[in-house]
Design a binder for this molecule. Sequence first.
Ligand code: F6P
Length: 324
Amino acid sequence: MESKVQTIGVLTSGGDAPGMNAVIRAVVRSALSKGLKVKGIERGYAGLLDEEIKDMDSKSVSEIIQRGGTILGTARCMEFMSDEGKMKGAEICKKHGIDGLVVIGGDGSFKGAARLAYFGINTIGVPGTIDLDIPCTEYTVGFDTAVNTAMEAIDRIRDTSTSHERCSIIEVMGRHAGYIALWCGIGNGAEDILLPETYDNNEQALIEHIIALRKAGKKHHIIINAEGVGDSMNMAKRIEAATGIETRATIIGHIQRGGTPTAVDRLHATMMGAYAVELLAAGKSKRVVCFREGKYCDYDIQEALGMTKTLDPFMIQVSKEMTR
Ligand code: F6P
């Protein structure tokens, strides 16, 4: 079947995530295998408006599947927020012969993609964020690597926490969502997990839990605190004052965003990138690639943006059972 587009543009937007490079590689190589041209747009929508656009060939994506970050760079762009900015972006795509665009990023990036579609450019979103907070999909590229990076860091903190018989509060990323915190909390065997979705600010209960486990002989007390709850440094001071147990806070921060992607991220990234090209070649637009119930599928971007998702209640129940 003949492709409905001839030249595919690809950009990464918003916060970078391990595996974004693997998506770029998949987009380029899938498109080339269909006889299409590919153009890489640097620095996200900002680079589009500045016409930082370059031809991509198979060699230009060699040696990147294993690299964190994004070879195209990424940015947050104020000018693109306005409709004039998006119209300008669509015109620049047309000027460079780009009739199909793959946008790798999060919800904010997809809003821009939907509007570009309205202005005549076929666009497809691929979920790339460590936060796992895109409701239409059960997987977002970068999540597995970020969780594993955080988990390793937390294991190390646990070693020293046990030696010194301390309480350790470890803050992980996730913006307003608690996915990284919940997965690390379970995977690291934390004594407490504070999630923005469920934490009731009952610090007294937390303090009593720390004291009770210390009396029962626990030599450390690991609290995984999600970024969406925050306040880790002050929380550590308050807990130390209330319990008499030395308490330290660590914010893992951007270490979680970098590093070589795991096999899970490379696989999903490659499949989702290739899927995006299939959609464009079939003449589809304003869709977001998703992974649901073990399969790749796609949703209308607008519909996807209206969806909500919640943390798995069974995971939350189990996480509590493990911290008794
Ligand atoms: O969305 C990814 C993320 O790392 C969030 O977890 C975090 O809240 C945010 O980006 C940090 O953004 P920045 O890199 O702009 O500080």
